[in-house]
Design a binder for this molecule. Structure first.
Ligand code: ZN
Length: 149
């Protein structure tokens, strides 16, 4: 039993328990991503894991619905390239990725021009305005990707 379930039961919940929503589709991943980053844009001092949306959803690897969908798409097949099914893959920047071929999809979100890295850097430097702006960019990337599917 996960920690989350235990907390829920300890809170005195009565049956029927409402199961956490699972992530199964690309559209869902992008909608969660949009809502997560919209919230982070409004709450730039917070981390992804603080998003209230997790209260009703299954937590995702790296607290990221796109990473979660990539796992769903790979179905635990180790031979399928990591990050190859990231719903935002085509929208990440084109800058070179440290230690990887530029065309590799692996950790494309972490290329140095990406709004994700800008968000991380801004948070590290406690530049909350910049962090909020980068978060909004990520939410808008998800909106753009939603229009394309
Ligand atoms: Zn991710």
């Amino acid at each position: 039993m996960s920690k989350r379930c235990k907390v829920k039961l300890d809170c005195g919940g009565k049956p029927p328990y409402v199961p956490f929503e699972k992530l199964t589709t690309e559209r869902q991943a992008l909608e969660w991503t949009r809502d997560l980053w919209d919230w982070l844009a409004e709450n730039p001092t917070k981390e992804k894991g603080h998003w209230p949306g997790w209260k009703t959803r299954v937590m995702q690897p790296a607290d990221c619905p796109c990473c979660g969908f990539d796992e769903v798409a790979r179905r635990s097949d180790e031979n399928v390239l990591s990050c190859g099914s990231c719903p935002l893959l085509k929208l990440w920047g084109n800058a070179k990725l440290f230690g990887a071929k530029p065309e590799s999809p692996f950790l494309a979100c972490c290329r140095d021009s990406s709004p994700f890295i800008k968000w991380k850097d801004a948070r590290y430097e406690a530049k909350w305005g910049a962090a909020g702006k980068a978060a909004k960019k990520l939410a808008n990337l998800a909106r753009k990707a939603l229009k394309a599917i």
